[in-house]
Design a protein. Structure first.
Length: 75
């Protein structure tokens, strides 16, 4: 017997019934808002990933340029 974990089939059914009782006719609006929130979150995460990648590529390019310049000075 497991105490905690993902709900099974019957548990999801009970959760759905409770959600319908609590939200009633507003449930579609609540789900729409939740969906928009998830989309905005994903956009934010993608933006941060792009910023990190851009910053990383700039620092890598700067390092390569510095190494080329040092090689030119030696040769």
């Amino acid at each position: 017997m497991k105490m905690f974990g993902m709900p099974g089939g019957w548990e999801w059914l009970i959760i759905l019934i409770v959600a319908l009782l609590i939200f009633g006719k507003r449930l579609p609006d609540v789900m729409k808002s939740l969906g928009k929130g998830i989309v905005e979150f994903k956009k934010g995460v993608k933006g941060v990933e792009d910023d990190v990648e851009e910053s990383s590529s700039k620092s890598s390019q700067k390092k390569i340029d510095n190494e080329k310049e040092a090689t030119k000075r030696e040769g």
